[in-house]
Design a binder for this molecule. Structure first.
Ligand SMILES: Nc1ncnc2c1ncn2[C@@H]1O[C@H](COP(=O)(O)OP(=O)(O)O)[C@@H](O)[C@H]1O
Ligand SMILES: [Mg+2]
Length: 260
């Protein structure tokens, strides 16, 4: 498991000061280039290319079934869908050559739609579990400072918390790893509007910290309010790339792909 790709990531990931100077003179911090991915013989991600600059928040939008989750999973190097062609690069590392474990060690953290909170463990145990292997990001103390709600509930069994609190924990758990690229899959899904506002505040804070983020969301307006740029997918392909303001101003585009 500890091959060259993985070792290289651990070496640059833990130090903090060793981060490459990305975003300089137009160099993308992250890029997908002609990415094609399959579930078995089902061809799903069909030649996706895009760049992300350091510190950007990208809203990845599109209808249900467009291929957004599959794209995030491909970037995180999940076993499925299987990447068959294309390059995925993050801060000089070739993610396309890695497995999920190696990509995580390189700083890619996916917060999946179902949140994957571990049953039978308390809030604190869930957080500690994410820190069993380096590179480690935020300390538990820092998480509690930024998420007082989690501090109050540190000894509660995590799956007994509300949906919003579980989403907070899922994001906090990702921050406990040393992140270079945060992938959020529908963080607002199933949450009441007032809770969406609270998660929005957290994503806003993450943005203020300068963390590069790709956020998939059905709630397009909420995502666009936070995002710097938007990418719209349809049927496994990118059909639009532009600023969040461009999307908000384009009624036809919104009606066609976002139903808002
Ligand atoms: N595990 C899987 N096996 C086969 N097909 C899948 C699997 N997961 C998703 N798909 C298919 O891939 C397409 C894109 O799905 P997905 O990436 O989940 O879309 P989105 O997140 O945009 O709603 C859909 O047609 C879906 O049915
Ligand atoms: Mg999805």
């Amino acid at each position: 498991m500890a091959d060259a790709a993985n070792t290289a990531c651990l070496a640059t990931g833990a130090g903090g000061g060793a981060r490459p100077a990305a975003g300089v003179a137009g160099t993308p911090f992250f890029s997908c280039e002609d990415v094609h991915a399959y579930y078995g013989e089902s061809y799903i991600v069909q030649g996706v290319s895009f760049d992300v600059y350091e510190g950007e928040v990208i809203a990845l939008l599109g209808r249900n079934g467009a291929g957004k989750t599959s794209t995030l999973r491909t970037i995180a190097r999940a076993d499925a869908p299987q990447l068959r062609r294309g390059a995925i690069r993050l801060a000089g590392h070739q993610l396309d050559k890695m497995n999920a474990y190696q990509a995580s060690a390189c700083g890619v953290q996916l917060v999946p739609e179902d949140r994957r909170i571990i049953a039978g463990l308390t809030v604190e145990e869930n957080l500690r579990l994410s820190q069993i292997a380096p590179p480690i990001g935020w300390s538990i103390e820092k998480v509690y400072e930024r998420f007082p709600r989690l501090a109050e509930r540190r000894n509660q069994e995590a799956i007994t918390m509300s949906g919003g609190e579980q989403q907070m924990l899922a994001v906090a758990r990702a921050l406990c790893r040393d992140i270079k690229l945060l992938l959020l899959d529908e963080p607002y899904e199933g949450l009441a509007p007032v809770i969406v506002q609270e998660i929005e505040r957290i994503v806003g804070e993450i943005k203020a910290l300068g963390l590069t983020t790709i956020m998939v969301e059905q709630n397009a307006i909420a995502a666009l309010n936070l995002a710097d740029r938007a990418i719209i997918m349809d049927m496994g392909e990118i059909v639009f790339t532009g600023t969040a303001a461009d999307v908000l101003a384009d009624k036809k585009l919104r009606e066609e792909y976002l139903a808002v």
